[in-house]
Design a protein around this ligand. Structure first.
Ligand SMILES: [Zn+2]
Length: 357
């Protein structure tokens, strides 16, 4: 599989570099760094800037900018191994030069602070994937979470539609993971480009609001888009979800303390990785198989959510493990070309198409 680079549409690891000063050029704690990415055949990584909406309530734009700075800093420190790319041509060149291609992404539109000028600013600084909304509802887009403040639109507001049109115009991939169902269809209806759900599972296998149901998978595919299947056990499996909720309520989990939010997250990663019943990797494969069955082989990819989640399924523990997933797909009867599409080809196609300006 060495010649089939992986495209991971969603991984959060850059927060470790910014908040803890970790050099992601070296293996360390957490799930993804350049070393383990290389071992796992990672060819393209959407470097997600996620801004905690509570911690940075008053300055999401500033925080997102700092995360973009950290992403650029990683590229500056490791020019032979990691390069930021703006389009399909640059992505292909980076991979040909043996670099992991970094694609700046943003999870949630709150750092736009309601301004298309700020979107333009982020675009100029390299942004190429925008997840419209995270779990916090915005005045212009409803998230998939149940309670929303008064005044939240049912789906996208007029401004929300303007954001989608502007993303199309600039050449930024629209990502609908975390979006409410109505927001999902409003965005699809508005977008003239294929869209992705960067890190979601299949609702028909686990009825969770973060997953897509079959009509959503078909609608995404009809427009040429791709669903990146997430590695998070809580989204893949009802029992794993129940156990995770239970573990978060134990005295051991509640007693975890650390100097910073970023350290605390690593503590939680260690705790839940140790205490959880490992979810068989076959469950992840089932979600991929179901999505392929419903959406077609050209419309399924990967979005691990590494370092945004505490642990992945058994054997798929970090960014060195994508080849194990490839092997499991082969064992289930996927042909080599189909494995390549799921591991990277499909996401790369959408990225190339949307960013070709
Ligand atoms: Zn997410």
């Amino acid at each position: 599989m060495a010649e089939a680079p992986v495209f991971d549409a969603h991984a959060d690891s850059i927060g470790r570099a910014l908040d803890l000063g970790h050099d992601l050029g070296r293996s360390g704690p957490g799930h993804l760094d350049l070393e383990r990415g290389r071992q796992g055949g990672l060819g393209a990584w959407v470097v997600v800037c996620w801004v905690d909406p509570v911690l940075y309530r008053d300055r999401p734009f500033e925080r997102a900018s700092a995360m973009l700075d950290a992403t650029r800093d990683l590229a500056r420190r490791h020019p032979a191994r990691f390069r930021l790319v703006r389009n399909g041509r640059e992505l292909a060149q980076a991979q040909a030069d043996g670099c992991i291609a970094g694609i700046p992404g943003m999870e949630g539109g709150h750092p736009l602070e309601g301004s298309l000028e700020k979107l333009q600013h982020f675009f100029e600084r390299g942004l190429r994937v925008l997840t419209l909304v995270w779990n916090n509802h915005l005045p212009w887009v409803r998230s998939c979470r149940p309670e929303a403040p008064a005044g939240t639109p049912a789906g996208l507001s007029d401004f929300g539609r303007q954001v989608v049109r502007e993303l199309n115009r600039l050449g930024v991939v629209v990502d609908l993971s975390h979006a409410g169902d109505r927001s999902f269809y409003d965005a699809l209806e508005t977008s003239t480009q294929p869209v992705i759900a960067s890190h979601s599972g299949c609702r028909s296998l686990h009825d969770h609001p973060r997953n897509l149901d079959d009509p959503q998978l078909r609608a995404l595919a009809d427009q040429g888009g791709v669903c990146g299947i997430v590695f998070y056990p809580s989204f893949l499996d009802a029992e794993a979800c129940a156990e995770d909720n239970r573990l978060r309520d134990t005295p051991g989990f509640r007693a975890l303390r650390a100097e910073s939010e970023a350290e605390l997250f690593l503590e939680r990663q260690r705790y839940l990785t140790r205490e959880s019943t490992p979810l068989p990797a076959a469950r992840l494969v089932q979600h991929i198989e179901h999505a392929v069955e419903v959406a077609g082989i050209d419309h399924v990819g990967l979005g691990s959510d590494f370092d945004g989640i505490e642990c992945g399924p058994q054997w798929i523990e970090d960014a060195s493990c994508y080849p194990i997933l490839a092997e499991l797909l082969v064992q289930r009867g996927f042909g080599i070309d189909d494995v390549r599409k799921v591991l990277g080809g499909n996401m790369r196609r959408v990225f190339e198409q949307v960013t070709a300006r």
